[in-house]
Design a protein around this ligand. Structure first.
Ligand code: NHX
Ligand code: ZN
Length: 707
């Protein structure tokens, strides 16, 4: 899941258009029609023609046949068949046979016999050692010939232009061909000239104003209102710089988009690109990283050089933590030298002696705490724009965006309703819910996407895939049922615990069973709420102990959660009287205290003791609740074993209303997970009252931890 999912169709368009019209600064030939402009197979073609041509050229016409000197002397010269002999280049004697003698059977091997060229010769040749020796032999052989019978020998110097040219040309041609071949190999799939030759060049994708490939603007970004206001100002700086500089103000160098994954940081940056109408350089932090030394810094330099040429413009560096991580304190660590060089170059480019007027740098990260502090000082990333998880209203807006592409939507599915069911979801999660719901509906052969499909999609995204075929023994099933019933019962009875939605013993993802809550969307959590929450988490283990007298490994996740929460209460939130209002939380993330913990042994012991006390008190309380409601617990577990899923309504029936009137606002859900199973096999008519609500317990935990 990533921000990319948001506004899927638009993004895809932007992405696929980008390389097409976008200007690339990596010296790759622009490919107008998708074909490489220069094709080396062309060269190979020419080369092949030349080679083949040179091989066959002499045979155009009739190539003389090579013979031995003795055949020449004995068969031809002596019988006076030879018309004339031409010595070419002092090395080859070409023999012309008299036309009327050619019909003799001994000349049947003469080339071109019977053709038009017969008789023009030369028909034969042989190689001579030297002119002198040849002359001597000729004289000897013809010693007793009449003068008029003597064969006349001509000496000729023949330049073989073709051969000369070829030998000059062939070698370089082969060289070029081989070079091109290697070149293309190195270039890889990105066409000629990639990689090696441009290693120090920036890999930024450039979106230019003329291209207008980015079709996202602020209207397409749902939610994120505060972030939009801030980032709009940055766009305005670029559009009307004078307005700000006239009063003596300086335009910020950059802004850092900080927020959890999937909240739309990249989308926001894309909207800036679409809205600003200035060139937009987009790069990922990891693009600077290469195995060669100095490449990162060189790419930073190149990026800024390109940007300065195009100013005013925006540079966007996604996942900047890849290069911007805090530099180590120990200068001899060595391993991170390359990254540090890159970061140093970035720091200098952003606020060094060089002026980058008109260049604004946007960067995104989900880990602002680990960034080097030098990056965030004024003059570099002056501003930090926090992109948070969407609240109820923002989720509604985001749902509205993502529901739009779903063509056939059941009328009871509203963005408001879905937003309520998805606390803690990011924009990317919401996009995923909508897509998953459509897929689920399609799998069930429905004509439209219905409410239940969305709810199942939410369950699936939170809990993972249902594992219906997991083999679980009856004993285990019973343990699971009592464990989950324990969670349900404790959370139902305790006033400050989260409202329960449903309990299931259908395995899903890593969990064999789960209790699902719909947490309040609150900014603050009180001590009471935390303690009651811990009680309900411990309710599972407590149930196992009470009913079976033994416990299982299954409570792993529960115990992990509780331990972290208790520790946070004591050492972060000042919720233990013994420790007092101290917090050892380090929001900078950079361990200022190099030597371990910022407290002494005594405090350490106290923290441990307090953590233990809180957990054991919560456990005792959970057991008390379960003991008081033993019969109800039995009933719940039995119902759970029978139905596999029970809902808040069933709890109200068995246990009675929640204290303080905190009974969740539920509507009877006709479709259980169990029924959904059947649905996969056959189409089941789903009534309009179908509602099942689901929310991750983990997600709630995360949120409360973050708060
Ligand atoms: C497992 N999971 O991984 C099984 C599938 C108490 C009925 N062995 O608290 O699912 O048992 O309220 C190694 C060893 C996870 C890895 C033990 C990973 C235990 C969820 C915990 C239900 N619901 N627990 C819950 C649950 C489990 C776990 C482990 C592991 C259970 C419980 C996991
Ligand atoms: Zn549990």
């Amino acid at each position: 899941m990533s921000e990319e999912n948001i506004n899927n169709d638009k993004n895809n368009k932007a992405e696929s258009d980008a390389p097409k019209g976008g200007i690339r600064f990596d010296n790759k030939p622009k490919t107008g029609d998708g074909k490489p402009k220069f094709n080396s197979s062309w060269i190979f073609g020419i080369l092949a023609i030349v080679l083949i041509g040179s091989m066959f050229f002499p045979s155009i016409g009739n190539t003389p046949v090579e013979i031995t000197r003795s055949r020449f002397e004995n068969e031809m010269l002596r019988s006076k068949d030879v018309e004339r002999v031409v010595v070419v280049n002092k090395e080859k004697a070409e023999i012309y046979i008299k036309a009327d003698k050619l019909s003799d059977p001994k000349y049947k091997d003469a080339p071109g016999k019977g053709s038009m060229t017969t008789g023009t010769g030369p028909q034969y040749f042989f190689t001579i050692g030297s002119i002198e020796a040849f002359d001597d032999r000729m004289d000897q052989a013809q010693a007793n010939f009449a003068p008029e019978d003597r064969v006349d020998v001509k000496y000729e110097k023949r330049e073989n232009y073709l051969e000369g040219i070829l030998s000059w040309l062939l070698f370089p041609l082969i060289l070029i061909a081989v070079w091109l071949f290697i070149f293309r190999r190195m270039a890889g799939p990105n066409g000629p000239g990639g990689q090696i030759f441009n290693i120090g060049k920036s890999r930024a994708k450039v979106f230019d104003k003329e291209g207008a490939q980015i079709k996202i603007d602020f209207k397409d970004v749902a939610g994120l209102e505060e972030a939009k206001i801030e980032i709009r100002e940055i766009v305005d700086f670029l559009k009307n710089p004078d307005k700000y500089t006239d009063l003596g103000g300086k335009i910020p160098k950059g802004a850092l988009l900080v927020g959890p994954p999937g909240t739309g940081k990249t989308l926001l940056a894309k909207a800036v690109a679409g809205e600003a109408h200035v060139p937009f350089f987009s790069m990922s932090g990891s693009d600077f990283v290469e195995m060669f030394v100095g490449v990162g810094a060189s790419r930073v330099r190149d990026l800024f050089k390109q940007a300065k040429e195009k100013s005013p413009c925006i540079i966007f560096i996604d996942e900047i933590d890849a290069i911007g991580r805090a530099r180590g304190k120990n200068p001899n660590m060595g391993a991170n030298d390359e990254r540090e060089n890159t970061l140093n170059q970035l720091l200098t480019e952003m606020d060094g002696f060089g002026t980058n007027s008109g260049v604004i740098i946007l960067a995104a990260t989900n880990r602002a705490d680990i960034l080097d502090r030098a990056l965030m000082r004024a003059g570099r990333f002056d501003r930090q724009i926090h992109v948070e998880l969407p609240d109820l209203n923002e989720r509604r807006d985001i749902f509205n965006v993502h529901l739009r592409p779903l063509k056939k939507l059941s009328a009871d599915v509203t963005a408001e309703y879905l937003a309520k069911q998805t606390p803690g979801f990011s924009g990317a999660d919401i996009a995923n819910v909508c897509n998953e719901a459509a897929l689920i509906a399609a799998r069930r052969d429905k004509k439209q996407v219905e409410k239940q499909d969305f709810l199942d999609a939410v369950d699936r995204i939170i809990g993972g895939l249902e594992k219906k075929n997991k083999i679980i023994s009856t004993d285990e099933k019973k343990t699971i049922a009592y464990h989950e019933a324990g969670h349900a019962l404790v959370s139902w009875v305790l006033e400050h615990a989260n409202p329960l939605i449903k309990v299931t013993i259908v395995p899903r993802g890593q969990a064999l069973g789960a209790a699902w809550y719909l947490p309040e969307e609150r900014q603050l959590t009180t001590t009471d709420q935390m303690l009651d929450e811990m009680c309900s988490v411990l309710g599972g283990r407590a149930a196992e102990e009470l009913f079976f007298g033994k416990v299982s490994t299954g409570a792993l996740n529960d115990l992990e959660k509780v331990t972290k929460q208790a520790y946070a209460m004591v050492s972060y939130f000042g919720m233990s009287e013994k420790i007092g209002n101290l917090s050892f939380y380090d929001s900078t993330g950079q361990n200022e205290y190099m030597f371990g913990k910022p407290y002494g042994d005594e405090t350490a012991r106290d923290i441990d003791r307090e953590t233990k006390r809180i957990i054991s008190e919560a456990y005792t309380r959970a057991k008390e609740v379960l003991t008081n409601y033993k019969s109800q617990h039995n009933k719940l577990a039995d119902l759970l074993l029978e139905r596999e899923v029970i809902f808040a309504e069933d709890l109200e029936k068995i246990v009675g209303p929640r204290p303080n009137g905190k009974t969740p606002d539920f509507t009877r859900a006709e479709t259980s997970d169990k029924k959904a199973d059947i649905e996969d096999a056959e189409i089941v008519n789903i009534s309009e009252t179908d509602i099942s609500i689901a929310v991750d317990t983990d997600k709630t935990e995360d949120n409360s931890n973050n708060n």
